[in-house]
Design a protein around this ligand. Structure first.
Ligand SMILES: [Zn+2]
Length: 121
């Protein structure tokens, strides 16, 4: 994968947590990401990203990748967690609050919008 941003954020996460966990990224097919806001997922081993990600503003890319890394870290640590907790850990990892944009996608841009309840917490 030539897309470098995920690996840069993973390195930041390793430095911040001190955890030496492997964080691997792969691109997944469009069938895995049917909705506009479906951009990433993790099975606890790999983080699978949609190619749609690359065309998003950087603020979205950073927030979504950090959110998936947060899921991966907690899954690998055996911590049951919520979506809000993934955002909280993601926020700590990158040192920026996670907001939601008009498409309900995570962003580091201050939109004033928190995670909508209908997305699940
Ligand atoms: Zn999530």
């Amino acid at each position: 994968m030539k897309y470098k941003l995920p690996f840069q954020i993973a390195e930041l996460a390793r430095q911040k947590t001190g955890l030496a966990i492997p964080i691997n990224f792969v691109f997944g097919g469009d069938d895995l990401f049917p909705q506009y806001r479906d951009l990433g997922m993790t099975d606890g081993v790999d983080i699978i990203l949609s190619r749609k990600m690359i065309n998003l503003p950087l603020d979205n890319q950073v927030a979504v990748i950090a959110h998936e890394i947060a899921h991966l870290i907690m899954m690998q640590s055996g911590i049951l967690h919520t979506e809000n907790e993934a955002d909280s850990l993601a926020s700590w990892l990158i040192g920026k609050k996670i907001w939601y944009d008009e498409y309900d996608i995570q962003t580091t841009r201050n939109t004033g919008k928190i995670r909508p309840h209908y997305l699940g917490q």
